[in-house]
Design a protein around this ligand. Sequence first.
Ligand SMILES: Cc1ncc(COP(=O)(O)O)c(C=O)c1O
Length: 497
Amino acid sequence: MTPQAAGTEPNAATPLHLQIYSRYKSLIVRGRMAPGERVPSLRVLAVELGVARGTVEAAYDRLIGEGYLVAKGPAGTFVADKAGSAAAVPARRARAARATPAAPPARHDSMGFYEDGKPPLLQMGLPALDAFPRKLWTRLLARHARTATALTRPPAAGLPALREALADYLHRSRGIEAHAQQIFILPAYTAALGLVAQTLLRRGDSCWIETPGFPPTSHVLAQLGYRLARIPLDEQGLDVAHGRDRHPGARLAVVTPSHQSPTGITMSLARRNALLDWAGEHNAWIMEDDYDGEYRYRGHPLPALKSLDRVDRVLYCGTLSKVLFPGLRLAYLVVPESQREAFGAACLRTLHGGCPELFQAVAADFIREGHFARHIKRMRTLYARRRAMLADALAPYLGHGLSLELRDGGMHLLIGLPDHLDDVALARRGREAGYGLQALTDWRDGEPGRRGLMVSFTNVATPVQARELVANLMAALQLPAAAPPGKTTGPGRRAPA
Ligand SMILES: Cc1ncc(COP(=O)(O)O)c(C=O)c1O
């Protein structure tokens, strides 16, 4: 790790060698660099930081003198152990050790943005990082590194190759018929939502949002000056009759029909049709957020709502964050044919200014060459296993009001809590202990209702790790086991809905 990777800004008043010294010291003292971890060579760090080699040398000399680093000749310079000698732990193991439950808590907010780049344990929304085909990705990256590193701005609507690859993919796997020109590439779902609202609505218009629902949806709409109409859910999904009754004049409905975020409810066909009827009758729009529709563990993934769009009022948003990785910052929006030109023009005015061409080119090849479909298939099997591991590890804690809702799809589990337990306080406590928990109440903007905690299973690699993570988490939350560990089905576990 370099001082820059730690995210600290240079300070012009302090000499450079002292800045490097204090940043490394702080990384080591805070446990962000483990004993045995190798620091970059003098030459590499000097080039990376754009300073003279002597400057880095002065910093390292001081760190060695004070016992933080140990120089081992041609083998390199290493973080010392507590006794002041170079620890014998290989760097890879040292890194792995920092990822175990005993690691110091990562600093992150309730939506899972972590300032030091290290995700918390059980972090929602994060795909299996250990299963990502890095070698293949790097090969594709190398293929495009020269040619696609355009020094000019990328096309505002997105790279044509990626738009075409997505059009094919969406047709084959989500039943969506759209031309590449109807597909726009954006850095995130929130950017897509902002673009939709600003292109199709007038400030002050009212929007239906699912309650509970993904918090960024309400944040973005409220920030941009739209009114929020919170619509409850039932076992069929968004309660369209409630929306028609109480907020008939709304201009947009934002929904997650494949796998409602966060309850996991799949919107029934009848409800999908009711929603389309409403949009058709009121000239309103529907934004379908299909953030993890690919992941369904029983039967086939359901076709998207957009595939039923006989009224041409659905805007479909997908993201590469879940199937590939969130650091990529690539999402896509499919707009009705009638809105293609309006969105083309709107893209030229977006605040973010487009997505890097290199990553778009690599993603396009990844999809076109079939790696994307293969990866999804592999992940479906892996996640089904990991989901079962986490559910089994949670089983002894169920009962006494704690329940587990195992839905057919998605990337997280929802632990139902009894009313006397404060899910917001528990999630906060969990986050302080290094777990990326989310509270159901926070996803209703604090309004009263069912209480629950959301945990992701995607990065739980083994049953032993699952049991250890759950035991540590439950100890941090002070929630004791209701049944002896080892029991696989708890009394509160519900059958898939
Ligand atoms: C409900 C929902 N929608 C959309 C997204 C995609 O967000 P992004 O494109 O910023 O990665 C996520 C990611 O966690 C999500 O949970």
